[in-house]
Design a protein around this ligand. Structure first.
Ligand code: F0G
Length: 365
């Protein structure tokens, strides 16, 4: 079989590119749709995880970044900028490097994980820690791109949404149709916007330069978005000035794609609800210890949401559910090294002889 060619080449006829577009790719997309055995057993539904940590920089952002950096190159840009809680900056830095562009990233000071910070630094981005939160960073990045010759690669850039909609295409291509429910975390609300766009496009005939493509899916799923309770502006109905959650990736008080997220919710007969940090950490542990899938805390918000809805009796047996788990566990491994009560996990020390090891394993009295 031919190697996966990245989302732009795989879905070129459904993306704003032409034969002459210079494509910047690191081979993103083509991520596994993993059967969630324990979640399926618990809920009596068929639950799958779209494991986006398998992208080149370890998060779903790469799907949008291949498009955004390709568009930046096409526009003749020399420099790109983004605001980020960490994953966008890691992705922008990597794709800018692949394109030979310089990259500046604005991140909230002290609130992004070491893994993500190290990626931006390793790829040579100019990293500026702003004395403010993500929303402040995005405001500055937007103004910078308006006033100076730098290209904005946040998800307010429509190219990002175009690239990220390929997540839905892959789900339908793998399952043969759309699921009943698609659950995911919501931060700046670009991803729920993109998935909904992708599902809608796949459920109707699609006009291309070369003619009409038939519908691929017979239906669209209900979009179920989950925000962290301390950073849930869409649920509250107003911006949150001081968003706070351990899920730093979605610590956002004023999402840029707010209206599009509400449209996705309402048009799909879905929901946008909040899950607490405790529920997020429970789901994070569930994924690691029961499904074998290691994610960063924010990425578990969709799973936390499904567990919450199940316990509220709001799932129907037999439904098919896809949950996007958005980023890799190694991005932010500290949470795995804490017990549920917050104390540090202490590996047991053993002497280097077989009997001691066997004893520690309960194989020897
Ligand atoms: N999960 C992870 C791991 C994220 O990094 C983000 C967003 C989201 C979920 C939410 O997606 O913003 O499209 O609703 N991270 C952005 C960043 C804000 O800067 O990396 P969204």
């Amino acid at each position: 079989a031919q190697q996966w060619r990245g989302v732009i080449r795989e879905y070129a006829d459904r993306l704003p590119v032409t034969e002459s577009t210079k494509i910047i790719t690191l081979g993103e997309g083509g991520t596994p749709l993993v059967a969630a055995r324990a979640l399926s057993e618990l809920t009596s539904c068929t639950v799958y995880l779209k494991v986006e940590g398998m992208n080149p920089t370890g998060s779903f952002k790469d799907r949008g970044m291949t498009m955004a950096i390709t568009a930046a190159v096409q526009a003749g840009a020399k420099a790109v900028v983004c605001a980020s809680t960490g994953n966008t900056s890691a992705s922008a830095a990597a794709y800018a490097t692949a394109a030979g562009l310089t990259c500046a990233v604005l991140v909230p000071e002290g609130k992004i994980s070491m893994g993500k910070l190290s990626q931006a630094i390793a790829h040579g981005a100019t990293l500026l820690q702003i004395d403010g939160n993500f929303d402040n960073c995005l405001e500055v990045a937007r103004k910078l791109a308006e006033a100076y010759p730098v290209f904005l690669v946040n998800s307010v850039n429509p190219a990002r949404i175009q690239g990220q909609k390929t997540g839905s295409f892959e789900v339908v291509d793998a399952l043969g149709d759309a699921p009943d429910i698609h659950a995911l975390p919501v931060g700046n609300a670009g991803n729920i916007t993109a998935y909904w766009k992708g599902y809608q496009e796949y459920a109707a005939p699609f006009q291309t330069e070369h003619g009409e493509l038939p519908a691929v899916a017979s239906k669209t799923p209900a979009m179920w978005g989950f925000q962290a309770a301390g950073a849930a502006p869409i649920v509250a109905g107003h911006p949150i000035d001081q968003p706070d959650t351990i899920a730093t990736a979605i610590r956002i008080g004023n999402p840029a794609s707010w209206q599009q997220a509400i449209a996705a919710r309402d048009e799909s007969a879905g929901v946008i609800e909040a899950v607490t940090d405790e529920q997020i950490l429970e789901a994070h542990r569930w994924l690691s210890s029961k499904e074998g899938v290691f994610v960063e805390p924010a990425s578990a918000a969709g799973v936390a949401g499904i567990l919450k809805k199940y316990r509220a009796g709001e799932l129907t047996a037999g439904q098919s559910i896809v949950i996007t788990v958005t980023g890799h566990g190694l991005k932010d491994p500290d949470w795995a090294l804490k017990n549920p009560d917050g104390s540090a996990v202490q590996p047991e020390k053993v002497e280097f002889d077989v009997v001691s090891v066997a004893r520690a394993l309960g194989l020897e009295a």
